[in-house]
Design a binder for this molecule. Structure first.
Ligand code: 0GY
Length: 303
């Protein structure tokens, strides 16, 4: 049996998150989460840049139920490389309540793509975060993009805001819907009116096929989980960025927990408090319904 030792300093996820005060609308989808292993059943990829702690589908579905979500979008994490078996296994256990985003290589067969589709995969992820992956040539990614378009899938992209200018032409040439992870990772120490975030806004304004996950305040926050109104903890400095996107691109935003929160070494969020952050960025029932129910169901369950 293969055993794995997690990366030093790696924080474990909350095993007993608080019960959110915010009641999620019926049919809410956690649109960004992962499963890790367990390593003895689904070994981590040799080319991985970190070794996580285990986070199984049973634990993910227990979290779903505790927080009040109806469904999950399980995103292939880089620690599993292009071996999608842990994610696909989780989909197969979900009774139709999870869809997946895979990582694939150019040599994947049509038959394997069809198998992934039947399992519930609805997209592929292209990762440009240098600390997480080695570079994949853009022509290889474009070839994959055109093949998965035929299945009606979309592309999830993960990158740092400073790299957007250089990636702009590639992103805007993609032939499918494109979902950006974590708002393109803005530096929230900068103004939302400044050139960095406004370039991202321009991307979304000019390209109606581009969506954004308004996720990961715990990852983006500089101020951390300090008190917002004297009683509740929230990542206040991230709020204006996420709120701007929710209000300006209401029908193209998604929200998720990012459980089990890979690569956090200073602070691990309580998933219940993350759910309580939602009303600060989507402050009407209409915005909440779009963000949590209508948008993810349209993108992931309509075909
Ligand atoms: C996230 C963020 C991270 C990691 C991954 O696939 C991954 O390894 O996505 C990160 O380290 O910022 O979305 O989970």
């Amino acid at each position: 049996m293969t055993t794995f030792e997690k990366t030093p300093g790696w924080l474990d996820w909350y095993s007993n998150p608080s019960q959110p005060r915010f009641q999620l609308p019926k049919g809410a989808v956690d649109a960004h989460c992962h499963v890790f292993g367990p390593g003895h059943l689904f070994p981590f990829a040799p080319e991985r840049k970190y070794t996580p702690c285990d986070a199984s589908y049973e634990q993910l579905f227990a979290l779903r139920d505790r927080l009040g979500f109806d469904k999950n979008i399980i995103v292939q994490a880089t620690c599993h490389g292009a071996d999608n078996s842990a994610m696909v296994d989780a989909l197969s256990r979900s009774e139709g309540r999870a869809r997946g985003i895979a990582t694939v290589k150019r040599d994947i067969s049509d038959q394997e793509l069809e198998r992934l589709h039947a399992a519930g995969v609805r997209g592929v992820r292209f990762n440009f975060v240098k600390r997480l992956v080695d570079f994949t040539p853009k022509e290889e990614l474009l070839e994959i993009a055109h093949r998965i378009k035929a299945l009606g899938w979309h592309i999830v992209i993960y990158f740092e805001a400073v790299d957007l200018p250089e990636l702009w032409d590639f992103f805007t040439a993609l032939p499918t819907n494109v979902v950006v992870d974590h708002m393109g990772r803005p530096d929230v120490g900068l103004s939302i009116d400044g050139p960095q975030f406004q370039l991202f806004v321009k991307l979304m304004r000019e390209h109606k096929n581009i969506w954004s996950k308004v996720t990961c305040p715990e990852r983006l926050s500089v101020s951390g989980p300090k008190a917002l109104n004297g009683e509740q903890k929230a990542y206040t400095d991230v709020v204006p960025f996420a709120k701007y996107l929710v209000e300006n691109f209401t029908d193209r935003v998604l929200w998720g927990t990012d459980w089990p929160h890979p690569n956090l070494k200073d602070h691990m969020p309580d998933d219940g408090l993350l759910v309580d952050w939602i009303p600060y960025i989507a402050n009407t029932p209409q915005l909440q319904q779009a963000l949590l129910v209508d948008n993810p169901n349209r993108l992931y369950w309509s075909k």
